[in-house]
Write a protein that binds this ligand. Structure first.
Ligand SMILES: Nc1ncnc2c1ncn2[C@@H]1O[C@H](COP(=O)(O)OP(=O)(O)OP(=O)(O)O)[C@@H](O)[C@H]1O
Length: 244
């Protein structure tokens, strides 16, 4: 893995990059979490988005998916400066409704991208995540890993034609080693067919061929050691007032 950021919306190839972030600010609420974030993501690339807890990885994916506003910087999606873009976005909150069956949930998730799956496609996708026979089970009866498998099953049926960019938030969490390997194989197939992936994970992502570390983009005031102003702080006013 390597960092390979660029300020251009063009990749080194003649076709535009699938995604280009130029000096964007990651922000939720009043204060920026990261500033000047820059990335170019082209066909064939799987970018591992890393950074300490709370640095803004989920916030960035939500901004790109149009769920939170982007206040600073520019996003190019397939060469066009536009937001919100319409990638596949898989939230770490899963989006599985407990009162629906597994089949109903998976059908709904695919409908969002214009896919009306046949019974056979649902079966095949569930088989891919080892949930054959779970079609009519209530989703409130699934384990954490099984719930995540339902939300990931859609990746089996989605292709570059629906969306060339997948934004995946913690897709490997709660999965056993076999499913982690199978999912990574699917990501590789997707980018080999022309797609690109931006994903968060606190685990190693073996198939990643790029990384973006948000810890490199913290605002100056939050960087370690930048607390000089505290040296002048006079706390004598609190002495003997029971304020300590
Ligand atoms: N629902 C929310 N409402 C308001 N602020 C939030 C909310 N969720 C997170 N935050 C704040 O936004 C900041 C960034 O959170 P975010 O979830 O993007 O971080 P992250 O890098 O994905 O963290 P983690 O590695 O723990 O998943 C956090 O510091 C948190 O204080």
């Amino acid at each position: 893995m390597h960092s390979n950021n660029s300020t251009s919306s063009q990749s080194s190839h003649s076709t535009p990059a699938i995604l280009s972030l130029q000096d964007i600010t990651i922000q939720r609420g009043d204060f920026p979490l990261c500033e000047g974030v820059t990335l170019t993501l082209s066909s064939g690339e799987i970018c591992h988005l890393v950074g300490a807890n709370g640095t803004g990885k989920t916030t960035l994916l939500m901004q790109l998916a149009g769920l939170l506003p982007l206040l600073e910087g520019e996003v190019f999606y397939q060469g066009q400066s536009t937001l919100p873009i319409a990638p596949l976005y898989v939230s770490h909150q899963l989006g599985i409704h407990p009162n629906l069956t597994v089949r109903q949930n998976l059908t709904f998730l695919l409908n969002l991208y214009g896919i009306k799956p046949s019974a056979e496609q649902i079966e095949t996708a569930l088989d891919w995540v080892d949930l054959s026979g779970f079609e009519n089970m209530g989703s409130n009866q699934l384990s954490a890993g099984q719930t995540r498998r339902v939300t990931l099953a859609r990746l089996y049926l989605m292709s570059v034609q629906q969306t060339p960019l997948w934004l995946l938030d913690e897709p490997l969490t709660a999965l056993d080693v076999n499913m982690v390997a199978r999912l990574q194989q699917r990501l590789q197939e997707f980018v080999n067919s022309g797609g690109a992936v931006l994903m968060t994970s606190h685990q190693t992502v073996e198939v990643a061929n790029k990384s973006l570390n948000l810890s490199d983009y913290l605002p100056t005031y939050s960087q370690e050691g930048d607390f000089d102003y505290l040296e002048d702080y006079d706390d004598s006013q609190f002495e003997n007032k029971g304020v300590r």
